[in-house]
Design a protein around this ligand. Structure first.
Ligand SMILES: *Cc1c(COP(=O)(O)O)cnc(C)c1O
Length: 396
């Protein structure tokens, strides 16, 4: 028996465990103020009533012989795929039902999609980065090339003609930086991918947070993208499904290489290794697109974006460099004068009782930066920003 020794190349991620330990230790000692959590990448608002009601109804159906459902289509029920197709129509993107694959979340699909690609591809990944892109490729033993996201490029790296890659990961709105590509910028990526016969793996988990209507919410808003991109979406951040689990992936029918259709390959992969998302959850996901569902999830998103606005206002007032916050629930800020991420983390925790995430945990370029999230409580977010505005470190 031989093991996949690529696992030895994975770096142990101590980020959230270290944060958890530091917060717990500090809590035990002496916080003068209650700790405000602005570090979590999870939502805090519950499922909306339209979703809960749809799931209850579906649950009742499952308990009756005449409406019971067993195995469903691996790629999702038609009712949910229709709802997703109509949602894309609103963004000006026309899809075929066969291009939509319902899944148990974007994280699984982002990892599983690698089944379609040879080990010999070079993979282009932004730094800082959502760690899943990196670790899933290390597990397969692929060569990863990092592209620098930094203050100079507004944390939106652009294609470098000198670098040849087969797979390109883009996440917009970005986690952790909150930065969002414009249509022109994405067009440059699409052109680069087509020229290089590369595939863009586009993570749109935060598309619902885009408020500026000139910014793209899907890569398929860009001409040519159906020839070179796969898009991953999720109900997790949009509708509070982080614990409920549902997402969807769009694999265009036009995507082909070496006489193989990527859509057919993904269909085969899913029907072989996946048995679909449960009916009850798919009914809940369908309700996200109903008129009431849309209104209710929008209220939740608006609530988070109010928090983002509060954080952004403080960044502006203190003259801090930041990205995100306007079209994303993440605010990525520069630490005070040459301070390192973890030092700023310690300062915020021990002096102000604010818990955030050190940018260094997301890659080398994250050093000197810090992530705050808009998923916290509104009053607590305001209180945290009051504390920051009065902090010694920002007194000139
Ligand atoms: C939260 C998140 C997801 C969503 O993952 P799910 O598995 O659908 O919960 C995907 N990509 C990024 C960058 C995320 O932050």
């Amino acid at each position: 028996m031989n093991l996949n020794t690529n696992y030895k190349n994975l770096q142990q991620s101590y980020l959230f465990s270290t944060i958890g330990k530091k917060v717990a230790d500090f809590q035990k000692t002496n916080p003068a103020l209650p700790i405000i959590k602005l570090g979590i990448g999870d939502v805090t608002r519950p499922l909306c009533p339209a979703v809960v009601n749809a799931m209850k109804k579906a649950c009742d159906e499952m308990g009756k012989a005449e409406s019971f459902r067993g195995y469903g289509p691996e790629q999702g029920y038609g009712f949910l795929k229709e709802a997703i197709l109509n949602y894309y129509k609103e963004k000006g993107v026309s899809l075929e039902l066969d291009e939509i694959f319902v899944s148990d979340g974007a994280k699984s699909d982002v990892g599983n999609i690698l089944d379609l690609f040879d080990k010999d591809n070079t993979v282009l990944v932004p730094d800082p980065v959502y760690p899943v892109y990196v670790d899933t490729n290390i597990m397969d033993g692929r060569n990863i090339v990092y592209m620098n996201a930094n203050e100079e490029n507004g944390f939106l790296p652009m294609p470098d003609e000198a670098v040849k890659a087969g797979l390109i990961y883009l996440c917009s709105p970005n986690n952790p930086t909150g930065a969002v590509y414009t249509k022109d910028q994405l067009k440059a990526w699409v052109d680069y991918a087509i020229d290089n016969h590369a595939i863009i793996l586009f993570d749109a988990a935060y598309e619902a947070f885009v408020r500026d209507s000139s910014l793209p919410r899907s890569i398929f808003e860009i001409e040519g993208a159906k020839k070179c991109a796969i898009e991953f979406c999720s109900f997790s951040k949009t509708a509070g499904f982080t614990g409920t689990r549902c997402g969807y992936t769009v694999v265009p029918l036009e995507l082909e290489s070496d006489g193989l259709s990527l859509n057919k390959m993904w269909l085969r992969r899913q029907t072989t290794k996946f048995n679909g998302v449960n009916y009850i959850v798919q009914r809940g996901a369908e309700a996200v697109f109903s008129p009431e569902g849309r209104k209710q999830i929008q209220e939740n998103i608006d609530g988070y974006m109010e928090n983002a606005k509060v954080i952004v206002a403080t960044m502006k007032k203190l003259g801090i460099f930041y990205t995100g916050g306007e079209n994303s629930p993440y605010i990525w800020l520069k630490c005070p004068e040459g301070m390192k991420s973890w030092d700023f983390f310690d300062y915020l925790l021990t002096k102000l009782s604010i818990n955030g995430t050190p940018g260094a945990g997301f890659g080398e370029n994250g050093e000197g930066f810090f992530r705050l999230t808009a998923f916290g409580d509104p009053e607590q977010t305001k209180e945290a920003m009051r504390r920051l505005e009065n902090a010694d470190i920002y007194k000139k």
